[in-house]
Design a protein around this ligand. Structure first.
Ligand SMILES: [Zn+2]
Length: 287
């Protein structure tokens, strides 16, 4: 564990496999951003945060398992965009998927699957929602980008923006639930905030430079796919040919990452998504 204090009220854990997990400390209560991916991390995280106060809210920046599985072991109301609740209700991870996943990333948790149930957000919003606890307020805005139900969480008091996977510091996440136009619009929306610290969905806490760097990484993949289309390659060919660096789902010193087959599937779906969006609107290659 490497809990980092960013400002007087914001603490961030960047060493969990899966999403970054943040604490905003009010006078007595807490607002948390994203849940740990591994159950054993989630149980430990719930203990860690309780030392700072009582969890009042936990925000899910999107529905992906690496941001939501840990909800089950955390306190407070779970808050998200309404589409996140919807996706978790309709595409809930199956027990079989969870057993496979935990056997890989968290073997001690395999036995917990029998008692596990997906804890879906019970407080949802469409466009904007402000969360208040004494001493701290967090502004949530619907911002489709990484997913159709992503959000930005802005903590103006300390000029901290929590971007979820709209901006990552550790490289590119999957594009499988993205639309390319939204993907770029969401990055622009992040840049419009007057933030001092950017807490990404994955990777280290960053400053403004990360936004341009991240946009450039995205452009690079998009331009590779655009070139494949221009060369007359089919979608399947493009999926065979193009790969981007995935630093998000891979091994760390402490954990074994996702199996190669899953990472491969994320990559193919991502390239397919970009290919389809570019065929529909070739001007996206110039974003
Ligand atoms: Zn993520």
């Amino acid at each position: 564990m490497t809990l980092q204090q960013i400002t007087s009220r914001v603490h961030v854990e960047t060493a969990h496999l899966g999403s970054n997990n943040s604490i905003i400390v009010g006078d007595e209560q807490l607002i948390l951003v994203d849940s740990p991916h591994r159950p054993t991390d989630a149980m430990q995280w719930n203990k860690t945060v309780s030392a700072f106060g009582e969890t009042r809210f936990i925000v899910n920046t999107d529905h992906h398992p690496d941001h939501t599985i840990g909800n089950f072991w955390m306190g407070g109301d779970v808050v998200a965009h309404r589409g996140t609740r919807e996706r978790l209700l309709t595409d809930a991870p199956t027990d079989e998927y969870l057993r496979d996943l935990f056997a890989r990333i968290d073997p001690d948790a395999v036995a917990l699957v029998d008692d596990y149930s997906v804890r879906v957000p019970n407080v949802v919003f469409s466009e904007e929602l402000d969360l208040h606890v004494p001493g701290a307020s967090l502004e949530l805005t619907f911002r489709p980008g990484h997913t159709a139900n992503s959000l930005l969480a802005w903590f103006p008091q300390d000029a901290v923006i929590f971007t979820g996977d709209i901006v990552c510091e550790a490289g590119l996440p999957s594009f499988q639930d993205s639309r390319l136009a939204n993907w770029f619009d969401a990055i622009d929306a992040v840049a419009e905030h007057d933030f001092e610290y950017l807490v990404p969905g994955h990777g280290d806490v960053a400053d403004r430079a990360v936004v341009d760097h991240y946009r450039a990484l995205g452009r690079e993949v998009v331009s590779q796919v655009a070139s494949a289309i221009a060369a007359g390659h089919t979608r399947d060919q493009a999926c065979d040919e193009i790969r981007f660096e995935d630093n998000i789902h891979v091994d760390t010193d402490e954990y074994v990452g996702y199996p190669d087959s899953l990472v491969e599937m994320f990559q193919r779906r991502s390239i397919a998504r970009i290919y389809d969006d570019l065929v529909e609107d070739p001007s996206l290659a110039n974003r």
